[in-house]
Design a protein around this ligand. Structure first.
Ligand SMILES: [Zn+2]
Ligand SMILES: [Zn+2]
Length: 261
């Protein structure tokens, strides 16, 4: 019983520290690259609320993660494995894709359901109180929304075999997208957004539009379900058209050309 409590407490602490480190890191980067984006008393108040809800969410996400850790380590009940030869090596990338696709599908449909008026007020309005969202909004959810999001990956580990390193990659991708989709500026270059990556994947420019238009762009990682169900309204022009590193390099190069020698 003590091991179970220790596993739950450890995972709550890990999720909270991971949130503070990654969101804090991107908030710091935002201050460096886009000074003033999070400035002002209103934004400071919003960020305080985002951090409060996110730390509550960390406890709700950490508890089932701790139960899963216990079930894996102490009981051997999960499908998490550590022997590279337990399954085909091809299963490593396939399992990562399977977990991400199932998570994305689950997120799309539960997120769409949460935009129905009653569920929106009950579960999802807190997340949309971030206008515009910041790096701290990554886990800014009402507890009911956190609960709906916290159970899927732990449940999958009981059903679909996954190497512990592949699970680490899934959790890293989940954390990265959760934060970068909310930072309020585009982290990927425009040429990526214009190519196959941008056609298939969601980034800040796509999710920012969900936060301004509400009725579109419900996905998490992939644009697949939004495109299939005709809810994809494309990228937020505000973010996608802002100058990126390539533009800055070109401008600097033009400046050098124009400068008299
Ligand atoms: Zn939403
Ligand atoms: Zn969001």
């Amino acid at each position: 019983m003590i091991e179970l409590a220790a596993a739950v407490l450890a995972m709550i602490a890990i999720v909270a520290v991971r949130y503070l480190a990654v969101s804090g890191g991107f908030a710091w980067l935002t201050g460096r690259r886009h000074p003033g984006l999070y400035a002002g008393e209103r934004m400071r108040g919003q960020m305080r609320r985002e951090i409060g809800w996110s730390l509550a969410a960390a406890a709700i996400y950490g508890a089932p993660a701790g139960l899963t850790l216990y079930a894996w380590k102490q009981l051997g009940w999960t499908q998490i494995y550590t022997d590279w030869n337990a399954h085909s090596l091809l299963w490593i990338p396939l399992s990562i894709l399977a977990y991400l696709f199932i998570h994305d599908s689950y997120f799309y449909w539960t997120h769409r359901a949460m935009h129905r008026p009653r569920l929106f007020r009950l579960m999802h309005a807190i997340h949309h109180d971030s206008r515009p969202p910041t790096a701290w909004a990554a886990m800014s959810f009402h507890p009911w929304e956190s609960l709906s999001g916290a159970l899927l990956i732990p449940a999958l580990t009981f059903l679909i075999p996954i190497h512990v390193a592949a699970l680490g990659i899934v959790l890293t991708v989940m954390t990265f997208f959760g934060v970068t989709n909310h930072i309020g500026w585009e982290i990927f270059p425009k040429r990526w957004l214009a190519g196959p990556f941008g056609a298939a994947m969601i980034s800040a420019s796509h999710h920012h539009r969900h936060h301004t238009d509400y009725r579109c762009n419900f996905g998490l990682y992939f644009r697949f379900w939004d495109r299939l169900c005709d809810t994809d309204r494309g990228l937020s022009g505000e973010l996608a058209h802002a100058p990126d590193d390539d533009d800055r390099r070109r401008a600097a190069a033009d400046g050098r050309v124009e400068r008299p020698s």
